[in-house]
Design a protein around this ligand. Structure first.
Ligand SMILES: C[S@@+](CC[C@H](N)C(=O)[O-])C[C@H]1O[C@@H](n2cnc3c(N)ncnc32)[C@H](O)[C@@H]1O
Length: 303
């Protein structure tokens, strides 16, 4: 695949874009192995290019010329480039202006984002999980573990959940999470923000239970905080004490080295009351050459 092929794909995918977030090009899943260092996102009026590897100077020049052309023909007003391979992943505005407050929109829900952080504050491949919560959270008591900026909580709020508990050890992420609720005019009187280390706070988490829906979306590895390979089972061991009678668990994992059986085996071993129901299909806009290495969203139901 060469630059001309890439331009064709990008141009096609840019058609019919609107303010909703859309991944325009996803090279990270190795489906387009010649461009596995590249992602391109349409975020409201921003076209966001991320390079995960440093390119040869001449190749980068040609690549950016092509991107500028497709950008000029698109609805976008600002072109931003992030160099993810550099320390702190700096962003440059290549064209247009970047305002101080930026948002991503998914299912008409607004998410505050920031181009000063490595992660902009929103994980777009998780739309699959958010869609599931939108469909299932009405009148439910929802526990959102590893909530980050509370994306699942926003979907649960929109769905009309009865009560929502967000837990994340990052106070900063929860602050943005609270702002995200206000940004969408969601009432927060039934939404709780708990800034705790989940592995050490089971009693506090239990107090708001039993939960009808439990979302588990941890990092695959975060130094000193969580390692899926050894800590995932610690969460599953606690499920019975947190779950209502017909509880649904959305169990997510984005570790290429750990497959669906890794999660299924933990449930079989440590939480026999939960039965595997299905794996949610990943978005077509995130193609991969190996589904097992990509994001896993597994649904387990108590019976
Ligand atoms: C992959 S992000 C979660 C994404 C989020 N669920 C979403 O939908 O956008 C991982 C989060 O886990 C949090 N985290 C990691 N270890 C933790 C721990 N032991 N207790 C609480 N939060 C933890 C981090 O602060 C980070 O916000």
């Amino acid at each position: 695949m060469n630059l001309i092929d890439l331009k064709k794909i990008v141009t096609e995918n840019l058609e019919n874009t609107n303010e909703e977030f859309k991944r325009i090009f996803h090279g990270r899943g190795n489906y387009y192995s010649d461009f596995n260092y590249l992602t391109i996102d349409s975020i409201d009026k921003i076209l966001f290019i991320v390079l995960f590897e440093e390119l040869d100077e001449k190749i980068e020049k040609k690549f950016l010329e092509m991107i500028n052309k497709v950008f000029n023909d698109s609805i976008h007003e600002t072109l931003v480039l992030q160099r993810r391979y550099l320390n702190k992943s700096p962003c440059e505005v290549l064209s247009g202006n970047l305002s101080e407050n930026n948002i991503a929109i998914e299912n008409s829900i607004k998410y505050k984002i920031s181009f000063t952080n490595k992660n902009i504050g929103f994980f777009p491949d998780m739309k699959v999980g958010h869609d599931y919560i939108l469909k299932n959270a009405k009148n439910k008591n929802v526990l959102n573990l590893f909530s980050y900026t509370c994306a699942f909580s926003l979907s649960a709020s929109k769905a009309g959940a009865k009560n929502i508990v967000n837990v994340d050890m990052s106070k900063g992420a929860l602050t943005i999470g609270r702002e995200n609720h206000h940004l969408n005019d969601f009432n927060t009187s039934n939404v709780h923000f708990m800034p705790y280390n989940i592995l050490k706070s089971w009693n506090r988490i239990k107090k708001q239970g039993p939960y009808d829906i439990i979302v588990i979306d941890p990092p695959s590895f975060q130094k000193g905080s969580f390692a899926a390979s050894k800590d995932y089972e610690k969460i599953i061991k606690k499920l019975d004490s947190l779950a209502s009678e017909k509880c649904i668990v959305l169990s997510a994992l984005n570790a290429p080295e750990l497959d669906t059986n890794f999660i299924k085996n933990i449930f079989e071993k440590f939480s026999v009351n939960f039965k595997f129901e299905k794996r949610l299909d990943n978005l077509k806009t995130f193609p991969t050459n190996n589904e097992e290495k990509s994001l896993k969203n597994l649904i387990f139901v108590k019976n």
